[in-house]
Structure formats: structure tokens, C-alpha cells
Design a protein around this ligand. Structure first.
Ligand code: CIR
Length: 260
């Protein structure tokens, strides 16, 4: 496995299922359109592949409407993978569906046994530490169980807070390189990124914070021109992906893959 913050050789994705219309959402802003989501998802997968990485594409899971958001089921580190324990009861079964794939690619696969909960969307791995945001989906016991596992692998975990009303920590931030973070101003104002170089999303473009850097590209949700231009000026090669349908389910770029 390569360094998770600089170079990725693999990603895991899962095709959206027709049941995506039943996916969880904080607020109803419309029913996701499967055809449009499939087209955007194909563009996303193709962009990951263009970097030369292998993309393991898993089939849709009708029984789990949110299963396209694979990031929440696991944490992938160079030393091994950790299966999560989602805080959303309807998403718990997605973990068992991800487990065989991780066992195929990793020698060491651990799992969060509970009783705590933790979702991958609350975890940001940087060049120096693993930041975990407590949220409505990730609680103290889940964080502590993860801390025990990854400290065996030499990782330092720092617990932070996902802003109230925000689904996941990474809804509001992403890693651009080992030391550079793209963040909303509201999250950065909490002081959790002290010592890092932080680039802010433009005002009114907070949803652009859920981008991902994957090898030479930064995959950014479409429709946030000022943030895209700022990233371009900062030297990142931006690929804009239609996120309109995933956004109806509070999803963004990071949720759609596990990267390692
Ligand atoms: C959920 O509420 O769990 C899904 N509708 C969205 C999950 C987005 N995942 C992520 O930000 N990592």
C-alpha cells in the first residue's frame, strides 16, 4: 500500500442502486434521479482511472439505498483497513458487504466491534495524523476503539468536532496534500487545523469543501466556480464532477470511494 496522503494505487466504488431514491437525507430537496447519478458516477470512476489507479467497481445494492457512499464503511491505511460501525442504523449492513473486498486487498483487516459508532466520512487522514470529528454518526466510544486499533499501526488520532448540523467532518474539508487542507471557513474557525496550510472555499460555496485530491487531480463538485478557480491558481488540476443528485442525499466527492 502507498502513502495515503500522496499517492493512491487503488480505489473502491459502488454503483448507485435504483433504491437511491430512499437514501437518507437531512432535508428533502428533491428525489435523486438515478440516470443522472449514474452518469455522474461514471465520470467520477473514469477520472479516478485516468490517474492510472485500479478502481474496484462493486455492484449496486438495492437493499442499502446509501451503499454508493462507500467511504463510510471503512478506513483504509497503508498498514491495514478498519471496518466501521455506522451511526445510521439503515447503513450498518453495508459494512458486511464491503468486508470481502477489503479482505481480498489487505492482509490486516480489523473492525469496530461497538458499542460505539463511527463512519468514514468523519475521518481525515493527513500527512501527520488521523483527525476524527465527533458527529451525530460518530461517538466517543467509536473514536476510542479506532484510536486503539490504529495506534498499534503507529498512527496518532486527534479527536475534533464536526460542526453542529453538518453530517460529517469531511462534509466541510478535504486534504489537498500532506499539509494543505481545503476547508469551509466555519470549520477552520474552530481551530482544528492549526499548523496546517488551509485554503478556504469561497463564500456561499461551502459544499465545494467535500472534494478529493486523487493523485494528479482534485475532484471537485460542479457549480462552485470561485473555489475551482482558487484551487487552479494554487496549482491543483481540478476536475469538476456533477454532484447534483448525490447532494440531495448529503453526499459529495469523498463519500463515493475508498482510496488507498
Ligand atoms: C447518509 O446520510 O449517510 C448518506 N445519505 C450520505 C453519506 C455521505 N457520506 C459521506 O459524507 N462520507
Amino acid at each position: 500500500m502507498t502513502d495515503p496522503t500522496f499517492e493512491f494505487t487503488r480505489a473502491i466504488t459502488r454503483k448507485p442502486a435504483a433504491s437511491i431514491t430512499e437514501g437518507l437525507r437531512a432535508e428533502d430537496i428533491g428525489t435523486p434521479d438515478l440516470e443522472r447519478m449514474l452518469a455522474a458516477h461514471a465520470h467520477y470512476v473514469e477520472t479516478l482511472k485516468r490517474t492510472g489507479a485500479e478502481v474496484i467497481e462493486l455492484p449496486p445494492l438495492e437493499d442499502f439505498p446509501d451503499a454508493v457512499f462507500v467511504e463510510d464503511t471503512a478506513l483504509c491505511l497503508p498498514q491495514g483497513a478498519v471496518l466501521m460501525r455506522p451511526g445510521a442504523p439503515s447503513r450498518m449492513g453495508e459494512v458486511a458487504e464491503m468486508s470481502p473486498t477489503l479482505h481480498r486487498v489487505y492482509d490486516d483487516v480489523r473492525r469496530i466491534e461497538g458499542p460505539g459508532h463511527i463512519e468514514g466520512g468523519d475521518i481525515l487522514v493527513t500527512g501527520r495524523e488521523v483527525l476524527v470529528g465527533r458527529s451525530d454518526r460518530t461517538d466517543e466510544q467509536g473514536v476510542e476503539e479506532l484510536r486503539n486499533i490504529i495506534s498499534e499501526w503507529g498512527h496518532k488520532l486527534r479527536e475534533v468536532l464536526t460542526p453542529p448540523g453538518v453530517l460529517h467532518f469531511k462534509t466541510d474539508c478535504s486534504l489537498l496534500d500532506g499539509e494543505t487542507i481545503l476547508s469551509t471557513k466555519r470549520l477552520d474557525d474552530s481551530g482544528c487545523f492549526e499548523g496546517y496550510r488551509v485554503l478556504h472555499t469561497a463564500e456561499g460555496e461551502e459544499a465545494a469543501a467535500n472534494s478529493i485530491r486523487f493523485n494528479q487531480f482534485v475532484l471537485c463538485p460542479d457549480g462552485f466556480p470561485e473555489t475551482a478557480e482558487m484551487l487552479d491558481k494554487a496549482g491543483f488540476e481540478v476536475v469538476q464532477i456533477d454532484n447534483a443528485e448525490c447532494a440531495k442525499l448529503d453526499g459529495g466527492m469523498s463519500c463515493l470511494s475508498l482510496r488507498f
